[in-house]
Every structure is written in C-alpha cells, then in structure tokens.
Design a protein around this ligand. Structure first.
Ligand code: DGD
Ligand code: CLA
Ligand code: PID
Ligand code: PID
Ligand code: PID
Ligand code: PID
Ligand code: PID
Length: 312
C-alpha cells in the first residue's frame, strides 16, 4: 500500500537518526517539562480517545510489529533492524490514517501543553543535528501520504457486554476495593521513578509480554476498555479519583479483556513483571495506604480472578 511505500522512504531518511538515539536513556521516563499530573492525564486521555477510535485490526498489527521489532534489537542503543523500523512506521501510519485528523491533532496539542519548549532542541543536541533534520523532513513527507489516506470519521464505538458473570463479579470487586482506591495518592510522581536495580533492556522484556497480550486481546473488548477509561477520567475529583460507578465499569472492562486471552499469556505478563518489580515496591505502596483497605481490596481481587479464569 501507499503508506507502506512511504514508510520505506521515511526509513531512508530516518534510520541514521534512529541509530543515534540512546533508546535506553532513563530520560524518557521523565515528564517532558514541569510535573503536572492532571494536565498529563488530559494528554493520556486524548491518546485513549484516539486509541478507542482506531481500527482494532490495525492496532493489533501495530502491536505485532512492535513485538517483532523488539526481537531484532541490537547494540548498546537498543535499536531495531532497518526492516522492523520501517514496519513499525508503516503500522503506525496506518493506525493514524484510521482515525480522523482532529483526534491526532488533539493528542499533539495536549502533549505540547505539557512539554517544555526547550525539549526538542535538547533531544536534537544528543544526536547528529543534520540527521535529525533529515528525519523530520522525511516525517513531513510521510504525513502527507497518511493524510491522503485518512478516514473522515472514526470507527464504530464498541459493543459493551452486560448482564455477564464478569460484570457481576466486578461489582463485588469494586465495592471491596473502592476505599483502597481513595487512599492512593494518584497525583504522586513516584510512578515515574525507574524500577530500582533494573536496566531498560530488562524492563523492556516485561513490556514486550504486555504487547504480546495486547495483540491477542479481543479488539472490541479493548476498545470498550479504552472507552471505559475515557469515561472514568471524565468523573475524577480533585485528587484524581474517579466515581464508584466508573471505577466498576473499568474493572468489568479489564476483567473481560483478560478473559479474552489464554491464561498462560496473562501469567507471562505477571511472571515477567515479577522479575523486574522488587518486593520493596509493593511494600512501599502498602505502607502509604490504610492496610485494612488494601487487604480487603486484595481479597476482592483474588476472588474476582477465579470468575475471570472460568472464561480464559
Ligand atoms: C502487587 C502488584 C502491584 C505492584 C505495582 C507495581 C507494578 C509496576 C509496573 C511498572 C512497570 C512499568 C510499566 C509501564 C511503563 C511504561 C512506560 C513507557 O502489589 C506479588 C509478587 C510480584 C509483584 C510484582 C508483579 C506485579 C505484576 C502485576 C501485573 C502487571 C500489571 C501491569 C503493570 C503496568 C502497566 C499497566 C498498563 O504478587 O502485588 C502484591 C503481591 O506481590 C503480594 O504477594 C501475593 C502473593 O503473590 C500471593 O501468592 C498471596 O500470598 C498474596 O494473599 C497474599 O500476596 C493472602 C491470601 O492468599 C489472599 O486470599 C488474601 O486474603 C490476601 O492475603 C489479603 O491480603
Ligand atoms: Mg491501567 C493495571 C493505572 C489506563 C489497562 N493500571 C493498572 C495498574 C495501575 C494502572 C493502577 C498497574 C499497577 C498495579 O498493578 O497497581 N491505568 C492506570 C492509569 C491510567 C490507566 C493511571 C490512566 C488513565 N489501563 C489504562 C488503559 C488501559 C489500561 C487506557 C487499556 C484499556 N491497566 C490496564 C490493565 C491493567 C492495568 C490490563 C492491569 O492488569 C494493571 C492492574 O491493575 O493489575 C492489578 C495495583 C492496582 C491498582 C491499585 C488498581 C486496581 C485495584 C485492584 C482491582 C484491587 C487491588 C488488588 C491489590 C491490593 C493489588 C494488586 C495485587 C496484584 C498481585 C495484582
Ligand atoms: C504544525 C504547524 C504546521 C505544520 C505541521 C504541524 C505539525 C503537526 C503535528 C506533528 C501533528 C503531530 C501529531 C502526532 C501525533 C501522535 C499521536 C500519538 C498517539 C498515541 C496513542 C497511544 C496509545 C495507546 C495505544 C492504543 C490504546 C490506547 C493507548 C486501545 C483501544 C504544528 C507540520 C502540519 C505526532 C494513541 C496505541 C496502545 C493510550 O502542524 O505549520 O508534528 O505531529 O494505550 O487504545 O487499546
Ligand atoms: C500531522 C498533520 C495533520 C495530518 C496528520 C498528521 C500526521 C501525524 C503522524 C504521522 C504521526 C505519525 C507518527 C509516527 C511515529 C512513528 C514512530 C516510530 C517508532 C519506532 C520505534 C521503533 C523501535 C524500537 C523498539 C523499542 C526499542 C527502541 C527501538 C528500547 C528501550 C503531522 C496525518 C493527522 C509515524 C520506537 C520498538 C524495538 C528503536 O498529524 O495535518 O503521519 O505519523 O529499537 O526500545 O530499546
Ligand atoms: C500466584 C501464587 C498462587 C496464587 C495466585 C498467583 C497469582 C497470580 C497472578 C496475580 C497473576 C496476575 C496477573 C496480572 C496480569 C496483568 C496483566 C496486565 C496486562 C497489561 C497490558 C497492557 C497493555 C497494552 C494495552 C493494549 C495494547 C498493548 C499495550 C494494542 C493492540 C503468584 C493468586 C494464582 C495482574 C496488556 C492494554 C493498551 C502494551 O499465582 O499460589 O496475582 O496477578 O499498550 O495493545 O493496542
Ligand atoms: C490470575 C491467575 C490465573 C488466572 C487469571 C488471572 C487473572 C488476572 C487478572 C484479573 C488481572 C486483572 C486485572 C484488573 C485490573 C484492574 C485495574 C483497575 C484500575 C482502575 C483504575 C481507575 C481509575 C482512575 C482513572 C485514572 C486516574 C486514577 C483513577 C489519575 C492520575 C490472577 C484469570 C489469568 C481487574 C486505575 C482511570 C480515572 C483511580 O491471572 O490463574 O482477573 O483481573 O481515578 O489517574 O488520577
Ligand atoms: C502486600 C502484602 C500482601 C498483601 C497485599 C500487598 C499490598 C500491595 C499493594 C498496595 C500494591 C499497591 C499498588 C498501588 C499501585 C498504584 C499505581 C498507580 C499508578 C498511577 C499512575 C499515575 C500517573 C500519571 C499520569 C501520567 C503522568 C505521570 C503520572 C507524565 C508524563 C504488600 C495487600 C496484596 C497502590 C501511573 C497518568 C497522570 C505518574 O502486597 O500480603 O497496597 O498498593 O502522573 O505522565 O507526567
């Protein structure tokens, strides 16, 4: 297709740049400016809306392309092969073409609002300047091809299941865990800290397992889960906590999502996360909340998972 051909040209223009970027740099975990969690949440919300509007099949293909690209990484900078670089660009171009332009620009504008204007120049200073300029020129030509192939309206909203066992179980889980949710400091910057003692390549293995799980999920249920999160963001209070009803809808949506993949795929995520998450992390989280609320939430979760398991 046209976007695939354009991605090859984009690769010609940008692969030198890609090789110069230190993809393992811890800087990418930082907020791109002043730490403003509620503003950042607005930007994430725009990404969620864009994801929910995208063609689920193309999202799945983009996840698969990323998984493949992780498999061909080489060198200290963590760069993928030229062919996989092109394949990721092509897949993302197709995702972008599957949503109306305004959804893409809403992401751009909201990310701009939390990004210090000095960031682009600083990033450029870390690589060979002319290569960065060549890559940007390539991006501008690529985007014209994407725009030419872009839809005018979003794909249809998800069909949300109702009256199912997972929905019922989600009510019990949410009743048991909402007090715990209210204890959590959602506006803390602790969640942006690097995982203690772990390198970027080690952490990437756990992310890869999440990508694999995402690629196997039912597309309609993934869209429904994204829509539920968007709705939940719309009802947060000043501390970032969503309403009880929206929290319940998120739990139901995630439960159905988990049930749409094999149990072993979920356990691969858990086991790879357990490898990179030191036990000091859960303990630290636990120390900041009411312990009775956390234990009640945990009981709720371990009961919920038995219902989900029946549908895996
Ligand atoms: C936890 C898990 C949550 C910890 C939060 C940290 C996760 C951070 C991940 C960040 C990585 C970066 C990713 C995103 C970034 C992107 C950027 C570009 O508190 C365990 C041990 C292993 C814990 C670590 C692994 C957690 C993995 C979770 C899945 C991954 C989610 C995805 C995350 C990120 C992205 C989302 C989109 O399991 O876990 C606490 C448990 O720790 C406590 O141990 C458990 C035992 O495993 C279990 O066997 C049992 O003993 C239990 O239960 C205690 O404790 C007992 C009874 O058996 C129960 O019935 C009940 O009564 C209970 O007690 C009541 O207390
Ligand atoms: Mg989520 C999970 C935040 C958008 C899909 N997400 C998580 C949690 C964290 C979070 C609270 C990971 C850390 C953890 O396990 O803590 N998400 C979060 C934010 C946003 C967001 C702030 C922003 C909008 N997510 C989002 C979107 C999607 C998802 C758009 C796609 C539709 N998210 C998604 C999945 C999963 C998460 C599939 C998980 O599996 C993971 C998670 O919650 O695993 C348990 C602990 C969790 C919480 C504090 C919240 C849940 C409370 C439960 C139900 C009860 C508590 C149990 C116990 C005390 C702790 C967990 C024990 C354990 C062994 C699992
Ligand atoms: C400017 C000035 C003009 C010239 C110009 C110009 C530039 C405009 C630009 C630009 C626009 C632009 C847009 C970009 C957009 C990037 C969007 C990224 C979206 C990320 C998402 C992430 C996610 C997910 C995912 C799916 C999940 C949800 C999420 C589901 C259902 C200024 C050059 C025209 C770069 C969507 C993918 C996993 C949140 O206009 O004179 O330069 O760049 O998890 O969804 O699971
Ligand atoms: C524009 C103007 C509107 C019209 C419009 C428009 C277009 C927007 C567009 C577009 C945005 C866009 C974004 C693209 C992004 C591509 C990103 C590619 C990333 C590839 C990576 C590959 C890799 C890896 C991997 C992980 C490794 C690092 C690597 C580590 C730690 C402008 C059309 C709406 C195409 C990251 C995955 C293996 C490098 O808005 O008027 O057209 O395209 O190896 O990580 O090692
Ligand atoms: C233990 C001991 C036994 C008892 C026991 C026990 C516990 C096991 C546990 C547990 C397993 C477990 C699993 C959990 C899994 C969480 C998985 C999260 C996945 C997140 C994903 C994120 C993403 C996306 C997304 C879609 C995108 C891709 C991504 C596309 C196409 C120890 C109790 C049985 C918690 C997939 C969603 C946006 C990457 O066994 O005695 O306690 O928890 O962006 O895909 O866009
Ligand atoms: C298990 C064992 C296997 C069988 C199995 C199994 C099950 C795994 C499961 C499962 C995993 C799982 C995960 C669930 C996660 C739910 C997470 C809910 C999060 C809700 C949030 C709500 C909110 C917001 C929001 C953003 C705000 C904060 C809030 C800020 C900054 C165990 C079946 C395979 C259910 C985050 C979105 C508005 C609070 O593996 O043997 O069954 O379920 O307002 O952010 O303000
Ligand atoms: C213990 C012992 C067992 C019993 C047990 C137990 C307790 C475990 C616990 C606990 C785990 C736990 C985990 C918690 C996790 C919370 C995760 C929150 C994530 C929030 C995010 C927010 C954000 C943003 C956002 C974007 C911004 C950055 C952020 C930028 C660029 C010990 C009870 C099981 C509480 C990600 C979205 C706005 C950070 O295990 O016997 O008690 O709690 O602002 O982006 O700025």
């Amino acid at each position: 297709d046209e976007i695939g051909d354009a991605a090859k040209k984009l690769g010609d223009a940008s692969y030198s740049f890609a090789k110069e970027v230190d993809w393992n740099n811890g800087i990418f975990l930082q907020a791109p400016g002043k730490f403003q969690p509620l503003e950042a949440l607005k930007a994430i919300d725009k990404m969620i809306e864009m994801g929910a509007a995208a063609d689920p099949k193309l999202l799945k293909e983009a996840a698969e392309a990323h998984h493949k690209a992780i498999g061909s990484i080489s060198g200290p900078n963590g760069v993928t092969s030229r062919a996989d670089w092109d394949a990721v660009n092509a897949a993302l171009g197709r995702v972008i073409a599957s949503v109306p332009k305004a959804k893409v620009m809403a992401v751009y504008d909201s990310v701009k609002a939390i990004t210090d204007p000095g960031v682009p120049a600083y990033m450029k200073s870390l690589v060979n300047g002319p290569d960065a300029e060549k890559a940007y020129q390539g991006f501008l030509e690529f985007k014209d091809v994407v725009e030419k192939n872009q839809v005018a309206t979003a794909s249809a909203p998800a069909v949300v299941p109702s009256g199912d066992k997972i929905g019922e179980a989600a009510k019990a889980l949410s009743d048991a865990s909402y007090p715990f949710i209210k204890d959590i400091d959602w506006l803390s910057d602790v969640y942006l800290k690097p995982l203690p003692g772990k390198t970027a390549p080690e952490t990437l293995q756990a992310i890869d397992k999440m990508i694999v799980m995402g690629a196997k999920m039912d597309g309609n249920l993934l869209k429904a889960a994204a829509e539920a999160h968007h709705k939940a963001i719309g009802s947060i209070d000043a501390t970032g906590v969503t309403s009880a009803a929206d929290y319940e809808a998120v739990n139901a949506a995630i439960g159905r999502l988990v049930a749409s993949v094999p149990k072993s795929t979920v356990m691969d995520v858990y086991n790879s996360m357990a490898k990179v998450v030191d036990s000091s992390i859960p303990n630290n989280m636990f120390s900041k909340v009411n312990p009775l609320d956390a234990v009640a939430a945990a009981k709720g979760f371990y009961t919920f998972k038995d219902v989900v398991e029946n549908y895996c």
